[in-house]
Design a protein around this ligand. Structure first.
Ligand code: FA5
Length: 351
């Protein structure tokens, strides 16, 4: 053997090794590169082994070159392994899942604050034995007014500015429809269908032909209450409404009843709670009175009972109607009722 072909082999091995190294970009590829050039049966290893058959002088020249080539390839492998390690840790860094990070929040919808308040109010009454029922928003004039002892041309109709529905019953010109101005029409509707004892709350939307301001909307929500049975007294009404106020506003709230007029109750009352903001001392929220009115109430008028076929000498009852937006405003300290319906999610998200 002469040194010429061996040297040519050596050059070819180094050239091939460098070329292949260019394409080795995984730890597996590097390992197979190492095995095929520097492994026990690798090309360079075999070449080095074959040097043993050369003369001393040949061994010196070719051997030195072969050892240099081996050192070069080993260095190449080392550098490549290092580079690959760095690249791998960079990729890991970038794509890493940091399990200590809080999860990405999934935006959850929520109930409108008025819906939440309606539910809270109804739950308080349901726990006292009332059923919750709903009724129509487009209502007969009869249920909204006449059945409630407010006949046509009665001045009390002025208390509820009405949105009339432009439709007349072809069977009777007398029957007119409107958007209910309060939830009270359900009093007669429920009693017509049920025999006493009656205990219901009626949540729902009502409409009035009114200008909006900070405390008035032209559409708002009421919860009506009605309890009718033998021997129901004004004291039952007060007890029930005290309990309700304490559940919604806390046990420290004081409650005040004063005379008020509604044609469908006798006697009629308004119920107020002492101002939560100033503890009854008088402030802007309670208009310096120390009290905040939350509902109208009273003993069901005998004419209303009579109208649905209940004998007023046997049955008595109480009714009440509260404005849900006003309750929510008091509960959460909201100063403008219009915020509830402005569809501003920054406001709504707070509840
Ligand atoms: C009524 O609507 C009677 N039906 C209540 C009632 C029922 C009395 C049963 C007796 C027996 P009033 O018009 O006062 O009453 O309305 C009741 C409540 O609705 C008020 O106390 C107030 O909280 C709320 N309210 C009235 N008008 C508006 C309005 N424009 N915007 C928001 N809330 C209102």
């Amino acid at each position: 053997m002469t040194d010429q072909p061996l040297q040519t082999d050596l050059e070819a091995i180094v050239r091939d090794a460098r070329g292949e190294m260019e394409h080795s970009s995984t730890p597996e590829a590097l390992e197979s590169w190492r095995v095929s050039y520097l492994g026990r049966r690798g090309r360079l290893t075999l070449l080095l082994r074959s040097l043993a058959s050369l003369s001393l002088e040949e061994r010196r020249t070719v051997g030195a070159e072969a050892n240099r080539a081996k050192a070069q390839l080993e260095q190449l492998l080392e550098q490549r392994q290092q580079a690959l390690k760095q690249e791998t840790s960079r990729l890991l860094q970038e794509g890493r899942i940091d399990v200590t990070l809080p999860g990405r929040p999934v935006p959850l919808g929520r109930l409108h604050p008025i819906t939440q308040t309606v539910r809270e109010i109804c739950a308080a009454f349901v726990s006292m034995g009332f059923d919750a029922v709903e009724g129509p928003e487009v209502e007969w004039e009869h249920y909204n007014f006449d059945a409630l002892n407010i006949p046509r041309d009665h001045p009390a109709r002025d208390m509820w500015d009405t949105l009339w529905v432009d439709w007349t019953d072809p069977t009777s010109q007398q029957r007119r429809m409107l958007l209910r101005t309060h939830t009270s029409p359900m009093q007669a509707r429920v009693m017509e269908k049920t025999r006493p004892p009656v205990r219901v709350v009626v949540p729902g939307r009502v409409y009035r032909y009114e200008a909006s301001d900070a405390t008035h909307e032209w559409h708002f929500t009421q919860v009506e209450g009605l309890a009718v049975d033998e021997r129901i007294t004004f004291a039952d009404m007060k007890g029930t409404l005290y309990e309700f106020a304490h559940r919604i506003f806390g046990a420290d709230r004081k409650v005040r009843f004063r005379c008020d007029y509604f044609p469908f109750v006798e006697p009629g009352a308004e119920m107020a709670i002492d101002c939560f903001a100033c503890q009854g001392k008088g402030c802007r929220i309670c208009k310096d009175t120390g009290w905040i009115e939350i509902m109208g109430a009273g003993m069901v008028h005998p004419k209303v009972l009579d109208g649905v076929g209940y004998d007023p000498s046997v049955y008595t009852g109480f009714a009440f109607g509260l404005g849900v937006e006003r309750i929510a405003m008091l509960k959460y300290g909201i100063e403008d009722i219009r915020l509830f319906y402005a569809n501003d999610v920054r406001f709504l998200r707070q509840f």
